[in-house]
Design a binder for this molecule. Structure first.
Ligand code: AGP
Length: 611
């Protein structure tokens, strides 16, 4: 995914562009650039761009003149390696500049035709094709040229275009990629998400797919996907800015790990908790209540960490609602011939609400008549807008690319949803009250876990900081936690790690065990504790190194494990929220000791908005 920013008004655009890009860097950070038109008789187009982070770009900007219209971009490479040439903005004949988030699937054939017509390409990107097409289609009116060009593009794109030949307007459009417009006094801002412009304006318009908008200082003209002129509805947005500051933490990831006691509470309190009736009601679900009543099958679809949360959701819904559930990688679901109909409900889980594969799975399910419920952290995101109903995480913006607070909030949201649906089906008032009691007491146990574990984890992280491979093993509700712990380690420390169901070891992976292989076991006192103990014995017999996440007071495990991290006892179905915390901290501290950038790990982006 990439970040787009733009400004048109009376202020100098460049500082606004650079500040906005800094706020958007979590979307992609392998290169960055800006373009602006000088306030002179030639309206000269100036482009400054570079490989590396926005801080590198800022060093390169030596401008003296003022430019009140400009666009900017921070990139996560899809076509073409991260370097100066492939950085955005791209231009055509030094008169039109463009920034793009998304992927043009038919760019090769378009590029071939443009090359035949004499166009010279400076980059390997698909984006450069768009700006040359606009140049080719330009007949004095930038908006018409863009409109004509869009008809030739297949794929997803959020675009912002400025041109020397039309120095008082900016053209923006989006299909399958997010873009918002902020309105100020005689000025407009555009961005991939509101965090980049919320300092300047609270009036926000979220583009719909196919919107084509010409913005100038006096106003905007909007035509929708059918070409009809429509008036954009700006919404007033209040936005808590402290999420965008690290506070006393060294990085966003640690801050967000420590926010989890509050964020799981915020997720739960997003529902209407009715203690006396032992239930929690999400009013966002009112519109699909009848479909929920009749549902026969639930498909959960997501990617990455959100998919791990979905696996836990499967266990929760089966246990509380007695409904058949299957969990699908969104990237796989969208290309299968899924058996899905109007008696199915698809739950899509996405922190960002912009993951391309998950959006595609949502659209596929809707096409086949399913009702789609989203569990999402970003209001106004594509998934939020296209789902039939959304349960919000209310976890605040998650800046760290490695998802932490979103994961625990997703599991909390799924637990609360399972209670909501369960009470609509077979759960009694008393059982509902019991579950609700566990849910409402969890935030304080999260806080206690954070307090107890970090000190224990630091020396363990130091011991294993140079290890080449890890195994993470868990069972039942904690098998997905093993997967999540392994993913955290992989994505921020670049150490290879695999998560497995603990019992699966004997079917092959146990061949990997020797005195150099640390194996993290989630071995809490749950229903299958004895089985996990047997698995630990199997690994120990082959000299594997045992790191155990264990329940406070469990003396048996201390005799078996080389390292033991105790966590408070909670009911099985909520144990993933507690057990993932030491795994997040273990990955974090190992990555820090290895000098890795935990907030912006290499090769990654916060949301993958391309296939
Ligand atoms: C998790 O740490 C990763 N950043 C990644 O797996 C992420 O969970 C995945 O890309 C899905 O993102 P989403 O929740 O925003 O859809």
């Amino acid at each position: 995914m990439c970040g787009i920013i733009g400004y048109i008004g009376d202020q100098d655009s460049v500082p606004i562009l650079v500040n906005g890009l800094t706020r958007l860097e979590y979307r992609g950070y392998d290169s960055a650039g800006i373009a602006y038109l000088s306030e002179n008789d030639t309206n000269q187009l100036n482009i400054i761009k570079t490989k590396g982070k926005v801080s590198e770009l800022a060093k390169k900007i030596k401008k003296k003149d003022k430019g009140t219209i400009g666009i900017g971009h921070t990139r996560w490479a899809t076509h073409g390696s991260p370097n100066d040439q492939n950085a955005h903005p791209h231009s055509s004949h030094d008169e039109i500049a463009i920034v793009h988030n998304g992927i043009i699937e038919n760019f090769q054939i378009l590029k071939k035709n443009l090359l035949k017509q004499g166009y010279i390409f400076e980059s390997e990107t698909d984006t450069e094709v768009i700006v040359h097409l606009i140049h080719k289609n330009l007949n004095g009116n930038l908006l018409s040229a863009v409109r004509k060009t869009l008809k030739q593009l297949h794929g997803s794109f959020a675009l912002a275009i400025i041109s020397q030949s039309d120095p008082h307007s900016m053209i923006v459009t989006a299909v399958g990629s997010p873009l918002v417009i902020g309105r100020g006094e005689g000025e407009f801002f555009i961005a991939s998400d509101i965090s980049a412009i919320i300092n300047y304006t609270k009036e926000i318009y979220y583009l719909n797919d196919g919107d084509l908008i010409a913005i100038n200082r006096d106003g905007i003209s909007l035509e929708d996907h059918s070409g009809k002129k429509v008036t954009p509805e700006f919404q007033k947005k209040e936005f808590v800015l402290d999420a965008l500051d690290k506070g006393e933490y060294p990085d966003f990831m640690l801050k967000e790990i420590y926010e989890q006691a509050n964020t799981v509470r915020a997720t739960l309190e997003g529902g209407d908790i009715q203690i006396a009736d032992g239930l929690i009601k999400f009013h966002e679900l009112t519109s699909i209540e009848r479909r929920l009543q009749k549902v026969e099958r639930i498909i959960i679809s997501a990617c990455g960490t959100s998919w791990h949360a979905g696996l836990i959701g499967e266990y929760l819904i089966e246990e509380f609602c007695n409904i058949s559930v299957e969990v699908e990688y969104a990237s796989e679901f969208r290309y299968r011939s899924p058996i899905i109909d109007d008696r199915s409900i698809m739950i899509v889980i996405s922190q960002s609400g912009e993951t391309a594969d998950t959006i595609a799975a949502l659209r596929e399910a809707k096409l086949k008549g399913a009702t789609v419920l989203a569990i999402c952290n970003v209001r106004g995101s594509t998934i939020d807008r296209e789902a039939d109903a959304t349960i919000y995480l209310n976890a605040g913006i998650e800046i760290g690319v490695a998802s932490t607070k979103a994961f625990t909030s997703q599991v909390m949201a799924l637990s609360a949803f399972a209670l909501h649906l369960g009470r609509m089906r077979f759960l009694s008032v008393d059982r509902g009250k019991e579950i609700l009691q566990h849910l409402t007491s969890l935030p304080s146990i999260v806080k206690k876990t954070l307090k107890k574990t970090e000190g224990i984890i630091r020396p363990i992280a130091s011991r294993f900081q140079n290890t080449l491979n890890f195994l993470y093993l868990g069972r039942g509700y904690n098998f997905p936690v093993a997967l999540e712990g392994a993913l955290k380690l992989k994505e921020i420390s670049y150490i290879h790690a695999e998560g497995y169901p603990a019992a699966e070891m004997k079917h092959g992976p146990i061949a990997l065990i020797d005195e150099n292989m640390p194996v993290v076991f989630i071995a809490i006192k749950d229903q299958i504790y004895e089985k996990v103990i047997s698995n630990i014995e199997e690994v120990k017999a082959r000299k594997g190194i045992i790191i155990a996440i264990a329940t406070e007071g469990d003396q048996q495990i201390e005799k078996l494990a080389d390292y033991t991290i105790f966590v408070p006892k909670v009911v099985d179905f909520l144990s993933p929220i507690i057990n993932v915390i030491p795994l997040q901290l273990l990955a974090y501290h190992i990555a820090i000791l290895r000098g890795c950038n935990v907030d912006q790990p290499r090769n990654l982006a916060k949301a993958v908005t391309v296939e």
